[in-house]
Design a protein around this ligand. Structure first.
Ligand code: G6P
Length: 612
């Protein structure tokens, strides 16, 4: 997955492109490149392996490259190792067509053979170079129209893409096309912008067009035209972005991750407020009526990464409150497993980006099987949001750190409100319980705030754990779902091996890994399972483990066994994940910080995984 930017206007393009790419670096950061041209001049391409800073240095922050039209790319390798040669932009043999790409061309081998037969040679090991040369091939073979060349290439390509292409014969113009990889167009006075995501262009304009699948955009200064795959002109309405550029910046925090951890009370509050009115849950903005809720037989929750962990919490909450069977699945498994699905079931896809390839494919699979689909998504206008039957938008705002925090928390509360409403309309909880649960939900932002206020203790403890080699997170029930997320946060940003285990399962294998000093983190928020998990922790302790506990205020006996205890405020046990996850996020953050790692951009990971 990669980041794409483009500019056509009256200003020098390169500094604008670099600035936009800096805001998209979260999408990938193993190499970067830009292509710019001025009037009838040659298209100049500069690429660099490594972070964007290397490219910026090579081009004197873009100042060394003249030209008022160009495209830029930040790459996360899929086909071909990270290197300068594989970095985008790529160009046709004669330099006539230059372009960048996000996505995967699945049939690139077949297309490469076709092109080789027609005299093309290849300098890189990327699928992108094949796509650019295919466009060049159709450009030369056809009527000499970029739109025609693009539509022909789009018909031949299978896979996912967003392209931004410069044609030598069309100075100051950018041609863009999209299928399954995000791409937006921003329009200002006498200038237009292209980007994979809104933060890249928010500084310049708030007026944004979402390019749809199989659509083409033609940017020429302040003029933008759209075409369908048949090459016909189509009309599109712009959307106005309401959040401001500062939201996408660090706002004084050292890292995006700690900023976003602190934004959780707001993300949770905003998400709750979007569906709780006058003490009642109102899912009309989601588009699901109470009658429709009543007809749901089964719920399939499908997601990846932390979003999957939200699903794991939701499974416990929905089954316990609403009494409906829930199955939680990893999207990468669901899409190929040929699952047996009940047609009157609801498939819930959870995704921050709304672009995760496996989640999108799972959504399509569920739809093709006739299931109703509901997306819990953070990015407005994203592919999953557009394709699902109903969308519950989490209002977390843009999330930049690769390790998700506020989007996870917003997804959790979206899930809770759905579960509570379902339980209520099904008559599984009475009016009083319904009102109590809603009132409790509304206290979560303040309770998260309280945990954040006490972060120094965690920082001190985390610094001591930075030399750990293995950490285990254990719990039962919802506490197990919480430990899944705690463990993922730890390993992704601290590079410490960590595992989460259902506490009762330890004795079937993992306990053999406990050595003197191994840190075991026990999640103890579910009162009826408290004693059981405590005894599993004690078993680990007797084999040398060092114990940390996360438990609810009042469980002060925990300190008799745990070496370090963190208390979270009391809440309804169904909602405990919203509070217990916060100290675990903070601990991972501070361990990563103590190790001097790149917290926001952990190695080998990317924020938005738009490939399989
Ligand atoms: C990546 C991110 C995770 C995220 C997962 C799913 O792995 O690093 O933080 O949970 O993708 O992403 P989504 O956008 O679908 O929630």
């Amino acid at each position: 997955m990669c980041g794409i930017v483009g500019y056509s206007g009256l200003k020098q393009a390169a500094p604008i492109l670099l600035d936009g790419l800096a805001r998209l670096e979260y999408r990938g950061y193993d190499s970067a490149g830009i292509a710019v041209r001025d009037g009838d001049g040659e298209i100049k391409v500069v690429k660099a392996k490594g972070r964007l800073a290397v490219l910026a240095e090579k081009t004197d922050s873009g100042k060394a490259l003249l030209g008022r039209c160009g495209v830029g790319h930040t790459r996360w390798a899929t086909h071909g190792a990270p290197s300068e040669i594989n970095a985008h932009p790529h160009h046709s043999d004669d330099g006539n067509v230059v372009g960048i790409h996000n996505g995967i061309i699945e049939n690139y081998k077949e297309l490469k053979e076709l092109l080789e037969k027609n005299g093309y040679s290849f300098y890189s090991s990327t699928d992108t170079e094949v796509a650019i040369k295919l466009i060049d091939y159709y450009y030369k073979k056809g009527s000499g129209s970029p739109i025609d060349a693009l539509t022909r290439a789009m018909t031949r390509i299978t896979g996912s893409y967003s392209f931004a292409i410069l044609f030598k014969d069309f100075p100051d113009e950018i041609f863009a096309a999209r299928k399954d990889s995000p791409l937006i167009v921003g329009v200002g006075d006498d200038e237009s912008f292209l980007a994979s995501d809104v933060p890249a262009i928010l500084k310049y304009t708030r007026s944004v067009y979402y390019i749809g699948n199989y659509e083409i955009a033609h940017l020429s200064g302040g003029k933008v035209d759209f075409y369908n795959i048949d090459g016909e002109r189509i009309e599109k309405e712009p959307s106005e972005i309401s959040w401001d550029a500062a939201t996408a910046e660090k706002a004084g925090y050292e890292h995006f991750m700690i900023k976003e951890i602190h934004e959780q009370p707001e993300a949770v509050k905003n998400t709750l407020s979007s569906v709780i009115h006058d003490g009642k849950i109102d899912l009309s903005s989601v588009g699901i009526t109470d009658e429709e809720l009543k007809s749901i037989s089964t719920i399939y929750i499908v997601a990846c990464g932390s979003a999957y962990h939200v699903g794991a919490v939701m499974q416990y909450v929905i089954e316990d409150l609403a009494g409906i069977p829930v199955r939680v699945e990893l999207a990468s498994e669901f899409r190929y497993r040929k699952p047996v699905l009940d047609k009157s079931g609801l498939c819930i896809i959870i995704s921050q980006s709304g672009e995760t390839a496996d989640s999108l494919a799972a959504l399509r699979e569920a739809k093709s099987r006739g299931l109703r689909t509901l997306a819990i998504v953070n990015v407005v206008g994203s592919s999953i949001a557009r394709e699902a039957d109903n969308v519950f938008y989490t209002l977390a705002g843009p999330e930049i750190a690769v390790a998700t925090t506020k989007a996870y928390s917003a997804q959790l509360v979206a899930g809770y409100t759905f579960a509570v409403q379902l339980a209520y309309v099904l008559g599984r909880i009475d009016e009083t319980k319904y009102e109590d649960l809603i009132a409790e939900l509304l206290t979560l932002p303040e309770k998260i705030e309280t945990i954040l206020e006490d972060k120094e203790r965690l920082q001190w403890f985390a610094a001591k754990q930075s030399s750990s080699t293995d950490i285990f997170f254990i719990g039962r029930g919802i506490d197990y779902a919480i430990s899944l997320e705690g463990s993922l946060k730890m390993k992704e940003i601290s590079y410490i091996h960590s595992e989460s285990y259902a506490a009762g399962e330890l004795k079937h294998g993992a306990i053999s890994l406990i050595e003197d000093g191994t840190l075991v983190v026990g999640c103890l928020t579910q009162s009826e399972l408290y004693e059981k998990t405590v005894s599993n922790m004690v078993e680990c302790q007797s084999r040398g483990a060092y114990l940390m506990a996360v438990t609810t205020a009042g469980n002060y006996n925990t300190e008799d066994i745990a070496d370090f205890t963190v208390y979270i405020p009391e809440t309804d046990s169904h909602f405990a994940a919203s509070l217990a996850v916060v100290p675990l996020q903070l601990m991972s953050y501070y361990v990563s910080l103590a190790k001097g790692l790149d917290v926001d951009k952990p190695r080998n990971l990317a924020k938005s995984v738009t490939v399989e």
